[in-house]
Design a binder for this molecule. Sequence first.
Ligand code: NAP
Length: 285
Amino acid sequence: MPAQLIDGTALSKKIRSEVAVRAAALTARGVTPGLAVILVGEDPASAVYVRNKVKACQEHGLHSVFEKYDASLPEADLLARLHALNVDPAIHGILVQMPLPRHIDPHKVIETISTDKDVDGYSVRSAGDLMAGLPGFRPCTPYGCMKLIESTGVPLKGRHAVVIGRSNTVGKPMALLLLQANATVTVCHSATADIGAHTRQADVVVVAVGRRNTLTADMVKPGAIVVDVGMNRDDAGKLCGDVDFAAVRDVAGWITPVPGGVGPMTITMLLVNTLESAERAAGRA
Ligand code: NAP
């Protein structure tokens, strides 16, 4: 029997409608959740991501500010703008779209964003909060993956989870979130000798590499949950993930498609983080 699809579009829709209800309730109390999105330069993929984030805010009752700057923007000017947004009471989340032009240090930029508004969860402080199991913003993509796994109803406690990929924005926080959910976690990367030896024992596999067919059917334990974070193009130019979807779905118990899996959840969790930031700010006021 083929694996059950974990439908990220449907789950996204459900969570976004809950966000809209909570955003309306907060607005009625005089606080509209606000997200500032900054794009520097002309990267076409970044422009699409940014447009989708702003559109999602508008459609769910969040206030959004979109600022686009020329690729020549001096780093100091960007940092000054971030300092201003940090103290703007109408803004509860700040997102600077990566990658940035080479003359701008992304670490400096991320660390300039106030911890209270770091809705991407990329700062060292947010990473530390996650590591220590303290409340804080979780990076949107792994946070969305956790929601997708939870939606299967399969408890993670005591299960073996394998994460392929160890980036600071996806793989590492993913591993920490799984650990926090009481899974036993293995992290594989480009220097792992035999990835299949690990994944064949895994009840859950999350693949975040950026290379087609990283996970093939012979690497999957029957019935496993497979979450595909990857975004690639196949030979026909069609969007595809890191998983050999057609073959793996005959072995896995649950699988996310690409598109329609992790992608929509990333923006959804950005809305959730921004809303929760605004709720906290309203609570403090
Ligand atoms: P990244 O920063 O390039 O990290 C890729 C990771 O994969 C690295 O840890 C690397 O290992 C590992 N890797 C590379 N080749 C490998 C191999 N042959 N076997 C095992 N591991 C290998 O990428 P990322 O930002 O984490 O993103 C990963 C993918 O997810 C990309 O396709 C990206 O577009 C996609 N993505 C999707 C969303 C979404 O919303 N759907 C969001 C974020 C990212 P080393 O550390 O050893 O180099």
